[in-house]
Design a protein around this ligand. Structure first.
Ligand code: ADP
Ligand code: MG
Length: 679
């Protein structure tokens, strides 16, 4: 490409030879010609065929050839490629920078939430679908883009679905903008129905046969079964790398340790999950010596987002973490759930990229037949408060008429409108309020955004900023299994605040700063250094948004008697819809205007007693219903902070309701008394 005047390195030519072997290269001319003649192109191709790494480069080449000098307002034209997962955006952009022989962040960059690695030089940008949606909020016509590539459309994430709907409109106002929608082979028909008459290019993959093996009986413990299957493969199968699908970080780290303890140096075990550092992520692609077998233990990321060459064996327990939402109870949570048949087939396909392979399904053939054919789109499984806020901000007037591939359930939409109304983001006519507009600028859930916006009223925006940052990064407490566990728990208890986990997080954050952000200190205290560094950076970004709106940054004096009380009240001002009451029976009941739920305090909590009322950050289902990250609040605060929500007439009869009624009466009495004083 002639945009770089310097000569290419030897590595460049080396990689180029490999690239030319990818299946999409055969279709390069056909693809570019089709894109020239059409505004929208669909491209469907097997995972690993080179869609994500190659197509955006083809597009860029064409854009640069056709627009050699000028761009919008003297800036360079951009080609954008969206990814549902941040790990994929980061990893792929690094790879592409390498393929193009440039430094990451210069000509090729990436943008993910809370991290922007792009510059004025950038002409090809990988970004999460959520980030492109944010850009569209600031500039609905996406003026700097010449071509947008929506990748992994089959994943049907919320943000991708919204972008599809949005771009359908934008393309009408911007005839010069082009859209490429890329997807693995799943559900191509569905996309073709949504984009009627749009050309579809199919890139056949080069899959070798994959032998599928089922278990005879259902497995009781899929983690143990996965580990023993890996060991068995290593002992009895010919060379070839192994890919194991598990559901999350903790499980993956646990499995990695166990495999290493059994097989030692005979294998190289590599974890892969979204909260890993970029440096660790790059290691996944490091080649291993001939005699060593690589074992990758991954979340769903390796299903279609990242392709690792050399996999011959796949171990599929049949589960992944999936978002679920019940509009009745308003509970959204991540739940380990059975995957769909389509996912299972994708996973199996990973074994046949380089040679014939084997897929070990840790479930019976019968269970496979009973799985859903396709996973449901995220929009059908989510709390839509954030989505509605985004759409309102984008100026979508009629939500029901917005052209979505799958329309969400009306009650879910109603719930979202209701929540936003209670948060003060929408007025009686469902228009965005000033507060709502501000809330939409924060890359956070609406409740957290609200909490930040009102925090100066409680004189503690600095503290709420730190807590929000801590809640936005991975868990900072490291809890190794085995011998070190006790030491880790002791270290954690030195930060514990008896009034709640939010305050404990604040203590950790302060201690980290006091210790000059020292990684050794983190190590000694069993604190995740990377999580803390990101919390610092997230906080800085949130401060920028606060300053932009001139929201005051303030702290109660640390010696002030109300220091923690104010913070707890501010928490409640955002999260008043997430409150639970301790019943006389000894368990907690969430308190809402519909269906109460029995919940338990998550064992990780730092409280020294069971307070009558708690505010919580999230709901987790494991063996029971847990509320995690909980802080003690007082019932009368509900009456002070959210009287508009706690209009008790709508609430079912319960202990909690009677308690609140008493608080309301007390408040009324004291109001009357103070009135008398003035008379
Ligand atoms: P698709 O998007 O069609 O699934 P990709 O473009 O992601 O395919 O992958 C094409 C090829 O590039 C694969 O062989 C993959 O292994 C390789 N590749 C992708 N990222 C890297 C990387 N960071 N290092 C080495 N190879 C990579
Ligand atoms: Mg891809």
């Amino acid at each position: 490409m002639d945009m770089m005047k310097k000569a290419y390195s030897a590595r460049y030519f080396n990689i180029l030879e490999k690239r030319k072997n990818l299946p999409v290269w055969v279709h390069k001319e056909e693809f570019l010609q089709t894109l020239k003649e059409n505004q929208i192109v669909l491209l469907v191709g097997e995972t690993g065929s080179g869609k994500t790494t190659q197509i955006p480069q083809f597009v860029l080449e064409a854009v640069l050839n056709e627009n050699p000098s000028s761009g919008p307002k003297g800036k360079k034209w951009l080609v954008g490629c969206t990814q549902p997962r941040r790990v994929a955006a980061m990893s792929v952009s690094r790879r592409v920078a390498e393929e193009m022989d440039v430094e990451i962040g210069e000509e090729v960059g990436y943008t993910v939430r809370f991290e922007d690695c792009s510059s004025s030089k950038t002409v090809l940008k990988y970004l999460t679908d959520g980030m492109l949606l944010r850009e569209a909020m600031a500039d609905p016509l996406l003026g700097r883009y010449k071509v947008i590539v929506l990748d992994e459309a089959h994943e049907r994430t919320l943000a991708t679905d919204l972008l599809l709907g949005l771009l359908k409109q934008t393309l009408i106002s911007r005839p010069d903008l082009k859209l490429v929608v890329m997807s693995a082979t799943l559900e191509a028909d569905k996309f073709h129905k949504y984009f009627v008459g749009v050309p579809l290019i199919k890139v056949p993959g080069r899959l070798h046969p994959v032998e599928i093996l089922y278990t005879r009986e259902p497995e009781r413990d899929y983690l143990e079964a996965a580990i023993s299957t890996v060991i068995q493969i290593h002992m009895s199968e010919p060379p070839g790398d192994v890919l194991v699908f598990l559901t999350g970080e903790e499980e993956i780290e646990d499995a990695c340790r166990k495999i290493i303890s059994k097989l030692g140096d005979q294998v190289k075990v590599v974890p892969l999950y979204s909260t890993m550092s970029p440096a660790m992520q790059q290691k996944i692609f490091d080649p291993t010596p001939q005699s060593v077998r690589k074992i990758i233990v991954s979340t769903n990321i390796a299903e279609t987002s990242l392709t690792i060459d050399g996999i011959v064996y796949v171990v599929d327990p049949g589960f992944s973490k999936q978002k679920l939402y019940h509009p009745d109870t308003r509970v959204e949570s991540l739940l380990v759930s059975p995957i769909s048949q389509a996912s299972a087939d994708q996973r199996a396909g990973r074994a046949g990229r380089t040679q014939p392979g084997k897929c070990f399904r840790l479930y019976t053939q019968k269970s496979f037949n009973e799985l859903e054919k396709q996973s449901y789109a995220e929009i059908l499984r989510s709390n839509l408060a954030n989505t509605v806020l985004t759409l309102k901000r984008l100026g979508v007037k009629n939500l029901v008429r917005f052209d979505l591939m799958d329309a969400p359930a009306p009650e879910t939409l109603a719930r979202a409108l209701d929540d936003l109304y209670h948060l003060g983001a929408l007025d009686d006519d469902c228009n965005l309020t000033k507060t709502g507009e501000m809330m939409s600028e924060f890359p956070l859930d609406p409740q957290m955004a609200k909490m930040l916006i009102v925090s100066p009223q409680f004189n503690c925006s600095n503290e709420i900023l730190s807590i929000s940052a801590m809640l936005s990064v991975p868990n900072c407490f490291i809890r190794p299994r085995g011998e070190a566990q006790k030491a880790a728990d002791e270290a954690k208890s030195s930060f514990a605040h008896i009034d709640g986990d939010h305050l404990t997080l604040l203590n950790v954050f302060h201690a980290f700063l006091q210790n000059n952000q020292d990684s050794n200190w983190c190590y000694e205290k069993f604190i995740n250094y990377r999580a803390m560094k990101s919390a610092v950076s997230v906080r800085e970004q949130l401060v920028r948004i606060m300053s932009w709106f001139q929201i005051k940054l303030c702290s109660p004096g640390f010696n002030s008697l109300d220091y923690y009380v104010n913070i707890r009240k501010a928490l409640l001002a955002g999260y008043f819809m997430q409150v639970a009451h301790l019943e006389r029976t000894g368990h907690y009941l969430t308190f809402r205007d519909k269906d109460d739920q029995v919940v338990h305090l998550h064992p990780s909590n730092c409280l020294d007693h069971k307070p009558e009322w708690v505010v919580y950050n999230e709901y987790v289902f494991t063996s029971r219903n847990f509320i995690r990250t909980v802080t003690y609040i007082r019932g009368e605060w509900l009456v002070d902070v959210a009287p508009h929500y706690y209009k008790l007439a709508n609430f079912p009869n319960s202990e909690a309701k009677r308690v609140l009624q008493k608080h309301y009466k007390k408040r009324k009495l004291s109001e009357e008394r103070s009135c008398k004083l003035y008379l």
